[in-house]
Structure formats: C-alpha cells, structure tokens
Design a protein around this ligand. Structure first.
Ligand SMILES: [Zn+2]
Length: 294
C-alpha cells in the first residue's frame, strides 16, 4: 500500500543533486563492468522471501531520499495541525510499532539500528507507508474509516515495514535509474548535462512515489504477516483488513488498490500462509501472556 501525491514531493536539494551526479557515474561504471548488480536485502524468514534484487542505488542514498521526503511530509502536516494531533491513536500506533520493530531482526539484524520514526497524519486518506530506513506514516483515515483493530493495524504496519526491509523503493529507484541510463548511453562518460541530472532526480522520485509492483506487494504480505505474528498480533487480521478495504466507503476499493494484485488472490495467498504464521503467533502469545486486543 502506498500512494503519495507527487505534489508533495518536489525536487531534491542542490547538495543531493551533486551526490546524485557522483552516484550516476558510479552506477554506470559498476553496471558496465559487472553487467548487473544483484543482492538479497533480507534473510528469507519462515515465509521464505528470498528473491534476488537488482540494486545500483546505494542503501545510504535511498535512505537519504526517503528521510528528506518524510521530513517534508511531516513539515507540511505540522503546518496544518495534522501531525500526531490525536494523541490516543498516536500512542496506540507507537505501542504496536514497538512490538513489531524488534521482530525485524529475523529478516535483517541491521534494521534494529535504523532511526525508526512513526507519524500519524490526520487525513481522510486510507493509506500507510514505511520509507527506506524505517520512517513509518499512517493516515488517520485508514484507522478511523476502516475501524481497524490492533491486530489489523499490526498487519498493515508489518506489510509497510516489510517494504522497507526488502528495500523495494531502492529497487524501484535502481530500475528507474537503469532504464534512464540506457537512454543516456555512453554520453554519460563525456560529461553531465541538465537533462541527465533531472533523470537522476526522477529516479529517486519514481522510487519513492510510484505504487509498488505486484511482486513487491506479495513479498510485503508474506513478511508482514510473519512480523505481526511474531509480535503477538493475530495474522488472520490480514484477511479481515482486506475485506474491510474492499468494502471501504461503498465507493469501491481505495486508489492504491487499483495497481495491486487482485484482493481475492491476496486473501488466498494469506490463507495459504496461515499454517506457517499461526504457530509463530501462538508461541508468542503463550510466552508473553494474553495481549489486550481491541
Ligand atoms: Zn504494499
């Protein structure tokens, strides 16, 4: 799930532009020398997410771009009094996130040292996201319109966090940059021009603003269910939250669903994962004692 208005994301700063210039030269050199660059961002977990990913943008650059956009979104929301203005709901989100974040180590231990942040945006939108490096955003419309339980919020949050763990945005930036580099061709080696710098900015924008691919969504569903289950939230909520989204407003599914896998097939996939994730949930509950769910 992710849809961020392009209007809200302007261009990167001049300093970043210079960094990107360096980046593009480095990327082109690497791509030309090695042909391609693949890596695995995470361990596969119990759910088995182990696809190799094409990466030519560095993790550091992706996190920097994500942090810049996150800061801008927070600033804009704060200016209209719409940032973390509902303390009760904000505290609820923090409590859920604090249970989930330690579980990320199952997939990648370095995530524990990320500078995690969570923000509640007061907005009618049914949306949530987690940007590179653990910058979580939840729109109040998601919680209020769908009347989500803690379990359901946890499954959505787990899904969004999974996108960040798997670095889907960095992958999208890399793909965008790779495509643009083909157009730019060898002229890149003879010097940069304004158009090529625009191309780099566009790649970062694409990675942060376009909807995730279907393949990424399925991966995020798998990892997200495991994160929620290990954190002691009932993963069956993944199915109920999808049914609620489909019924949202009676005006059809939210906009971001239009590019996502068919909800019916996602629900089927989640059902198939229950024998794997339910025991993880049950173990956590047994060890921690019962959680008070809403
Ligand atoms: Zn998603």
């Amino acid at each position: 799930m992710r849809y961020i208005d392009m209007k809200e994301f302007h261009t990167v700063t001049t300093k970043q532009t210079m960094r990107m210039k360096t980046l593009l030269i480095a990327c082109m050199s690497a791509a030309m020398m090695t042909g391609c660059a693949t890596e695995s961002t995470t361990q596969s977990g119990a759910v088995g997410a182990d696809r190799k990913q094409f990466m030519i943008v560095s993790e550091e650059d992706a996190q920097r771009a994500g942090s810049a956009q996150y800061a801008q979104l927070k600033q804009q929301a704060a200016a209209r009094g719409a940032l973390n203005s509902d303390k009760k709901q904000y505290d609820r989100l923090v409590a859920i996130a604090n249970n989930i974040i330690p579980q990320t180590a199952v997939f990648r231990s370095d995530a524990l040292s990320w500078k995690w942040e969570i923000s509640l945006f007061n907005s009618d939108e049914i949306n949530a996201f987690c940007m590179p490096g653990g910058k979580i955003g939840v729109y109040s419309g998601l919680i209020n319109k769908l009347k989500l339980t803690d379990d359901e919020i946890a499954v959505v949050m787990g899904h969004e966090i999974a996108h960040a763990l798997r670095e889907h945005s960095r992958e999208q930036m890399s793909q965008a940059l790779g495509q643009q580099a083909i157009f730019a061709g060898l002229s890149i080696l003879t010097g940069m021009n304004a158009t090529q710098l625009d191309v780099l900015q566009q790649a970062a924008t694409v990675g942060l603003t376009l909807p995730h691919s279907r393949k990424d969504e399925r991966e995020a569903d798998r990892i997200g269910l495991e994160l929620a289950a290990r954190a002691g939230f009932n993963p069956r909520a993944g199915i109920s939250v999808w049914n609620k989204m489909l019924a949202a407003d009676g005006s059809g599914p939210p906009q971001f669903l239009s590019t996502h896998p068919a909800p019916e097939s996602r629900i089927q996939d989640m059902e198939a994962l229950m024998p794997i994730v339910m025991p993880l949930y049950e173990d956590t509950i047994k060890n921690k004692g019962h959680r008070n769910h809403r």
